[in-house]
Design a protein around this ligand. Structure first.
Ligand SMILES: NC(=O)c1ccc[n+]([C@@H]2O[C@H](COP(=O)([O-])OP(=O)(O)OC[C@H]3O[C@@H](n4cnc5c(N)ncnc54)[C@H](OP(=O)(O)O)[C@@H]3O)[C@@H](O)[C@H]2O)c1
Length: 233
């Protein structure tokens, strides 16, 4: 029987590349996002488009109940703003924290319950290098640090019941999100990395898919960096 994966933000960018990889591995994929205009996998067998705004955190239990038994959860959707730290509208901050942090937590709680009951499941959270370093969008950095920390908490809570929970932390990657990064920062990134190029969406997807499908059960609660030397540990 094929596994059911949920990929939030699976309609574009890193999420779309992840959806493609999970499909190639034989999964059914429920893609959760707001806008499916031009979605290249519309109508594909084994792909279900689920229009949903993740800022509606209180409706996530109903969303998960409607999707069914989730084997793999990829918390990928996220937003970032090019806003100054000292003039950040409260409404923007609240929505960002809902989408980047509260929604993944609610999805882990709701999907994780069923996984724990069945004694199997995989969760992969798309954090960011910002989780370790901080970020010019301070709330983005905070949300990603929170998601990285929550990855460890949920691995600890659900690991004993057969659930594997890990994260990835990419540096700037070639997606629409990259367009929100100001040119001087983009240049600084390209100078800092070993290979002089940005990360590709499919490179992040490859790491996510490995954690979602193949990685050993003993890897649990970690965060894999994709930073190409820009953040030496
Ligand atoms: N690109 C980078 O440089 C980079 C680096 C590190 C980490 N990341 C992380 O990677 C993840 C994917 O980003 P990306 O680079 O692929 O950027 P992207 O192309 O802008 O994708 C963002 C995704 O999030 C979805 N999304 C945003 N708000 C949503 C909401 N309220 N409800 C449901 N879905 C929502 C979007 O779909 P809709 O707009 O249709 O809702 C879209 O699918 C994010 O979590 C991001 O923080 C990206």
């Amino acid at each position: 029987m094929s596994r059911l994966a949920v990929v939030t933000g699976g309609n574009k960018g890193i999420g779309l590349a992840t959806t493609r990889r999970l499909l190639e591995a034989g999964c059914e994929v429920a893609v959760v996002a707001r806008d499916f205009t031009g979605f290249p996998l519309a109508g594909e067998a084994r792909v279900r488009a689920v229009p949903f705004d993740l800022s509606r955190v209180e409706d996530i239990p109903a969303l998960v109940a409607e999707i069914g038994e989730i084997d793999i959860l990829v918390n990928n959707a996220g937003i970032m703003h090019a806003l100054p730290w000292d003039a950040y509208p409260r409404e923007k901050m609240e929505t960002l924290l809902r989408v980047n942090l509260e929604a993944p937590l609610a999805l882990m709680r709701e999907a994780g319950r069923g996984m724990a009951e069945r004694g199997a499941g995989r969760i992969v959270n798309n954090a960011s290098l910002a989780a370790h370093t901080g970020h010019p969008d301070v709330w983005y950095g905070i949300s990603k640090a929170g998601l990285k920390n929550a990855t460890k908490s949920f691995a600890r809570l659900l690991g004993p019941r057969g659930v594997v929970v890990n994260a990835v932390a990419p540096g700037p990657a070639e997606t629409d999100m990259l367009d929100t990064i100001p040119e001087p920062r983009r240049k600084a990134v390209l100078e800092a990395v070993y290979t002089g190029r940005f990360c590709r969406a499919d490179e992040v997807a490859a790491a996510i898919a490995w954690l979602a499908l193949e990685s050993p059960e003993y890897i649990n609660g970690v965060c894999i960096d994709l930073n190409n030397g820009s953040f030496p540990r």
